[in-house]
Design a protein around this ligand. Structure first.
Ligand code: NAI
Ligand code: OAA
Length: 312
């Protein structure tokens, strides 16, 4: 008997969903089912077929299916939710909350009906609140519902630092905590270039500017694109999470986790450092924070709570 391939369902076949489907297939993480609403079924099938036809060129084996029928997602090992509306220039992520919360509820019902033991990774914005909504609707254990923000926010920080120092991005590490909004908390104290603390390499003024650019990094791209938001780096971030879960890697990555007392917060999903592996979020890592860092994290958590209050 051969090894059974994993099954990954990606809900939403728009910019982020389609790009993620291609990236996870290229990495041969499993077979991919790309799902959208019935009105989008043909374009979804078209994207899936186009990706399948890239497979012989690039030499990857993955079955890729486009559908609007959730029965095709049955028995998924991993479900990635990207369905919903994206912001346009002038909007905040929080402006998407009501529309996307309704989409999260209907999508989650369908997902768990066919994959009652799956792990779900949520991308849809405002992502901290949408992850909470999916968690409540799904009935899954907290460790199996995870949101994506920190890998992307950290990637932006790393990009700007590498550019500033003219160094390889590979040698730059960073750490962004908190909600996926403009008050996220990039933790300079825990950020390095080749093991050297960034504070030793970059002036305070320049670091402050990089932190600010990181905080508004999503908006920078929204303004440049004009009619949607980022998708290459978000899809790459989802792919790292998918790999960590499906290959049980136990990676240390910032993800959006359900907190029950960690960092002093209760009943909230928020970006924190985690160990992520086959069981989903296997651990939330609690770091010592300075008074100032904790105050910044409190502010970010309050923003997430305010969005959650709109929903309750
Ligand atoms: N957490 C993060 O770091 C990031 C979050 N996002 C968010 O991800 C979401 C998707 O962004 P894009 O892919 O760029 O948008 P998009 O508009 O290109 O694609 C969204 C897709 O969702 C589909 N959809 C809508 N309702 C659906 C339903 N009930 N069932 C299945 N599919 C449904 C649409 O038909 C569309 O194809 C947005 O909310 C965006 O803000 C985007 C980038 C990063
Ligand atoms: O900015 C947006 O609306 C999309 C997103 O979350 C990001 O790119 O960080």
């Amino acid at each position: 008997m051969g090894l059974k391939r994993k099954k990954i369902s990606v809900i939403g076949s728009g910019f982020t969903g389609a790009t993620t489907a291609l990236m996870v297939a290229q990495k041969e993480l499993g077979d991919v089912v790309l799902v959208d609403i019935p009105d989008m079924e043909d374009p979804t099938k078209g994207k899936a077929l186009d990706m399948a036809e890239a497979a012989p060129v690039q030499g990857f084996d993955a079955k890729i299916t486009g559908t609007s029928n959730y029965a095709d997602t049955e028995g998924s090992d991993l479900v990635i939710i990207t369905a919903g509306i994206a912001r346009k220039p002038g909007m905040s992520r929080d402006d998407l909350v009501n529309t996307n919360a309704n989409i999260m509820k209907s999508v989650t019902k369908e997902v768990v009906q066919y994959s009652p033991n799956t792990t779900i990774v949520v991308l849809t914005n405002p992502v901290d609140a949408m992850t909470y909504t999916v968690f409540k609707e799904s009935g899954l254990p907290k460790e199996r519902v995870i949101g994506q923000s920190g890998i992307l926010d950290t990637a932006r920080f790393r990009t700007f630092v590498a550019e500033e120092l003219n160094l390889s991005v590979k040698d730059v590490t960073g750490f962004v905590l908190g909600g996926h909004g403009d008050d996220m908390v990039p933790l300079i104290r825990y950020s390095y270039a080749g093991g050297i603390p960034l504070e030793k390499l970059i002036s305070k003024d320049r670091l402050d500017a990089i932190v600010q650019r990181t905080r508004t990094g999503g908006g920078e791209i929204v303004n440049l694109l004009g009619n949607g938001s980022a998708y290459y780096a978000p899809a790459a971030s989802l792919t790292v999470m998918a790999e960590a879960i499906l290959k049980d890697q136990r990676r240390v990555l910032p993800t959006i986790a359900y907190l029950e007392g960690e960092y002093g917060y209760q009943d909230i999903y928020l970006g924190v450092p985690t160990i992520i592996g086959g069981e989903g979020i296997e651990e939330v890592i609690e770091l010592d924070l300075t008074k100032e860092e904790k105050a910044q994290l409190d502010k970010s958590a309050d923003s997430v709570k305010n969005v959650l209050n709109v929903l309750q």
